[in-house]
Design a protein around this ligand. Sequence first.
Ligand code: T5A
Length: 216
Amino acid sequence: MARSKGRLLVLEGIDGCGKTSQLQQLSSWLPTSGLMPAGSQLIVTREPGGTALGKSLRELLLHPPQDADPGPTAELLMYAADRAQHVDRVIQPALERGDWVLSDRFTGSTMAYQGYGRGLDRELITDLERIATRGLSPDVTVWLDIPLALSVQRRGSREEDRIEAEGFAFLERVSNGFSNLAKAHGWVSVMADRPLLEVAEAIQTALLTRAASWQR
Ligand code: T5A
C-alpha cells in the first residue's frame, strides 16, 4: 500500500493500562500541538470496533452469547477481519485525505494477545497482519507500560470481558509480549503507573521528539 500524507498513531498496552484515558488527553492536545498540518482532522478510533462491522465483531469477541465463544484460531481471524475493515473503511481513507488517525490498539495487540498470550504461531500472525493492513504500519506506537497488579486494581470491580477473564498468567504473557514488541519495533514506551497528567505529558514529549524526525 502506498504511503499517504496523514499519520497513524497507536496506543497499546494491557487491559486497564489507561489507554482510553490517554486517548482522551491526546485528542484534545494533538489538534493544538502544532504537529498536525493546517486543515487536517484528527480521527479517533479503536480496535476492535472502529467500523459498523467491527462493532458487531467486538460484541462477538468480548461478550459472545452462551456457547458462541470463538476458539483461538477463530478469535485471531475475527480480530484480523475487524482490522481489515478498519484499515479499508476508516484508516486508509483518512490518511489519504491527509488526516491524522489515533487508534486505541492495532496490530501490536494481536501479536501480544493471540501470539504471546494464546501462543499462536507468530509467523502466521505476521502474514495475517500483512493481509489485514495491506502493508500499512503505524508512524508511531506508544506502549503504556504498567505493573500487572496495578492494571488489575485500576479495572476494579467492573465486569470482566472474555479476554480479561483469561486471568493473571495470560495477562502476564501478554505484558511480556508487549515489552518484547516495544523493544523490537522501536515503540515509544511510557511508564503508566503515574498520575494521569504526568503520563499525558510524557506521551506528548515523546511525540514531539518523534515528530521532529519526520520533518527532517
Ligand atoms: N484484543 C484486542 C486482542 O486480544 N487482540 C487484538 O488484536 C485486539 C485489537 C479490547 C480487548 O480485546 C483484546 C484486548 C482487550 O482485552 P479494549 O476495548 O481495548 O478491549 O479494552 P481494554 O484495554 O480492556 O480497555 P479498558 O478501557 O479496560 O482499559 P484502558 O483503556 O487501558 O484504561 P482506562 O483509561 O479505561 O483506565 C482504566 C481505569 O484506570 C483509571 C481510569 O480512570 C479508569 O478507571 N486510570 C488511572 N488512574 C490513576 N492514574 C492514571 N494514570 C490512570 N489512567 C487511567
